[in-house]
Design a binder for this molecule. Sequence first.
Ligand SMILES: Cc1ncc(COP(=O)(O)O)c(C=O)c1O
Length: 383
Amino acid sequence: METVYLDHAATSLPKAPGVAEAMRAALGLPSPGRGNARRGAESAALLTRCRGAVARLLGVGSPERVVFTAGGTDALNLALFGLLKPGDHAVVGVLEHTSVTRPLAALRARGVAVHPLDCTEDGFYRPEELESVLRDAPAPVKLVALSHGSNVAGTVQPVAELAAVCRARGALLLLDACQTAGHVPIDVDSWGVDLLATGGHKGLLGPPGVGVLTVGERAEPQLNPARLGGTGAGGGEAMPPDLPHRLEPGTPNLPGIAGLLAAVEWIEREGVDALHARSVERLSQLIDRLTALPGVGILGPPDASRRCGLVAVTLPGWEPTEAAAVLDASFGVECRAGLHCAPSAHAHFVTGGRGGAVRFSVGPFTTPAEVEAAADAVAALLA
Ligand SMILES: Cc1ncc(COP(=O)(O)O)c(C=O)c1O
């Protein structure tokens, strides 16, 4: 039985060509900025090259505004705990991942006021609704935290419009791009995104354990380092004031960053528009097949071009985790069932009390034959 991997929204597999080799080579390099050996310069150059590649891919004009983190969750924590203090007001969307909602729950317990932003029935945030939430908040809102792509609804949000509303109301926008970076074209500077967080191991096709936070000019003066420590330069008690060093204490994950660089350079060569077009094609094929099966419900819009490569479905007569277990064991189809770390998104779709949904997600190496095999397996399950 061949394995059909349709869980790219959890982590991409395989990684981009060259990632493993780049990581292995980096294990032979000294730490950047830590020793006096000449080879340390090679390590430092690798960090600079990766910052540049990520900045180009995400539309960030200044590479030093790309801060390396330990992943998407870490980048989100860095932004949320670095910005919000007791008495501040924040807005969070109903579709958000626990990587956003759990830090915000902890901050709420410390006196941060958190206001919800609802979405349309099919999972889109509306700029007009955001405008009214910001207007009606009892005090000026400091931060709005929204996902670019929902990991349950699959919806890709109208970021430029949402960012314009935030800017007009003096709020910063933190965009969770964990499901879109590498999958969907992104333009941080021209959209007006203040902070963007993403991990390297999903659409960016890199390894786990590395991610980035981009920090815009408006956010920079307000963002305190949530972690402190050595940066390899400067001996004072305070963190150096400049980016990225202010937010990057400790020895960097050089193999992870080398792997991310190889992955992002591969994406640049392929072209993110071309990769996006391919993922829309595969997802469209999958949605067409699944929605033709009697009783199958899809969460979010049927139009694959408004999605980030994933679709979550309810299967009549099947509890989601049981269905996924049978798809794996009997048909070799790997997908992800349950609440997908986003219980409020499932509450929105009224799937929370029913064990969530079964999510299928495609990647750049998914073939039409694999999509057919997965759809055939679901059809057999329901027969
Ligand atoms: C929307 C969203 N945000 C955040 C995360 C967490 O990202 P990471 O695995 O890089 O920590 C995920 C991953 O599941 C996600 O789907």
